[in-house]
Design a protein around this ligand. Structure first.
Ligand code: NAD
Length: 355
């Protein structure tokens, strides 16, 4: 087999991984030569933010714990005022994609360095992607200005991730890797990373659904999520991410759950046009067929099974299909409205994927 030409942009950030690694935060701050960190969190993770503040001691400039989904611009502006008021020279974001998003939005406007301590499997910390919402409209940008400098993965902080979010957030991560394997700008290094990410996560997600505080399984899951995040940052998104973006934005559906439901269907849609990628996904899942394997994985985690359960109205299927075909983007299989509508209808009803 001859090697196709490609571009590989490198691996994005310095990573500290392990159990108890949060304790290394002060030395990472020293490495960046920063002295006053604003700690970011959601209201649900204030206690973890307070732990970070205590750990930073005199280097903690303050806590801003109002991060929320979809990075609303008004929250960002409020956080910018808080950062200026306390003289912050960097941020430490502890939480999931919502909190990481706030840190990125601050970095975009101020250039402040970011240390991210992820507590879900969303993978945003490994990307140069930022989605923001203004007047109810979500826009996504890619910019090196939002790429975090340092990421501290501490397995211990993921032990409290609820059962449901563990499974759906894991599927969200796997979706990044699946799309990286058939991306228009895929490359051999990202493909290796993506396949290993799917393997590591899929091997432990069913176990974590049963025993959420299994530390070894948590460690494998976080390792897999890291790799899947690199895959998201290292290749273009296609049908699956565009569909989830449209569905989430139009019907205000929860992020990780929507990914978990749509992924087997999006893979089935693209399977005929991306046989090589699907063979790698299937191999990583330890099965023979990628869409069926992803469907089985989604069934094995404690997650909703249909978009209907998430509150999407049946009348929304046509509207979503219309939106999905509106703006063109690269995808292995051409975007055909009839087939896309059938895909969305199956995901809405909770039916198995059809290739
Ligand atoms: P989230 O950050 O919204 O977190 C969901 C909830 O779980 C929050 O209340 C949070 O405080 C809580 N939580 C997080 N970790 C916890 C833990 N360990 N223990 C207990 N509770 C915990 O959810 P998410 O799925 O991580 O992120 C979704 C957001 O991230 C979306 O807005 C999505 O668009 C964005 N995202 C962006 C990128 C990117 O590259 N830009 C990638 C993936 C996701």
């Amino acid at each position: 087999m001859s090697m196709e030409s490609f571009v590989f942009g490198g691996v994005p950030a310095r990573v500290v991984f392990g159990s108890g690694t949060l304790a290394r935060l002060p030395e990472e701050l020293d490495r960046l030569e920063r002295r006053r960190a604003l700690v970011l969190a959601t209201p649900q993770q204030v206690d973890q933010a307070e732990r970070v503040r205590d750990l930073l001691a005199h280097r903690a400039a303050g806590i801003y714990a109002q991060a929320t989904m979809h990075t609303p611009v008004e929250v960002t502006e409020d956080a910018l005022a808080a950062a200026a008021a306390c003289g912050a020279d960097c941020t430490v974001a502890i939480g999931g994609g919502s909190t990481t998003g706030l840190g990125k939005a601050i970095a975009l406007r101020t250039g402040l360095d970011q240390i991210v301590v992820p507590t879900t499997y969303a993978g945003s910390e490994m990307t140069d992607i930022l989605g923001q919402t203004e007047d109810g409209v979500k826009t996504t940008i890619r910019s090196p200005d939002v790429q975090p400098e340092v990421v501290i993965y501490d397995v211990d902080l993921t032990l409290s991730l609820p059962r449901g979010l563990t499974g759906t957030s894991g599927m969200n991560a796997i979706a990044h890797a699946v799309e990286a394997l058939y991306a228009v700008d895929r490359n051999p290094v990202i493909s290796l990373i993506a396949e290993e990410g799917i393997r590591a996560l899929s091997a432990v997600l069913p176990k974590l659904t049963a025993v959420p505080d299994d530390r070894d399984a948590r460690s494998d899951a976080l390792y897999g999520a890291w790799l899947c995040g690199i895959a998201l940052g290292g290749a273009a998104m296609a049908l699956h991410h565009k569909l989830c973006h449209t569905l989430g934005g139009t019907f205000d559906l929860p992020h990780a759950e929507t990914h978990a439901i749509v992924l087997p269907h999006a893979a089935a849609y693209n399977a005929p046009a991306a046989p090589g990628a699907m063979a790698r996904v299937a191999r990583a899942l330890g099965g023979a067929d990628a869409p069926a394997g992803l469907h089985a994985l989604a069934q094995s985690i404690d997650a909703p099974r249909s978009l209907r359960e998430l509150g999407m109205p049946e009348s929304g299927i046509d509207a979503a299909a219309d939106r999905a075909v509106q703006s063109p983007y690269a995808n292995p299989r051409p975007i055909e409205r009839t087939a896309i509508r059938a895909l969305i209808a199956r995901a809405w009803a909770g039916e198995p994927p059809v290739t």
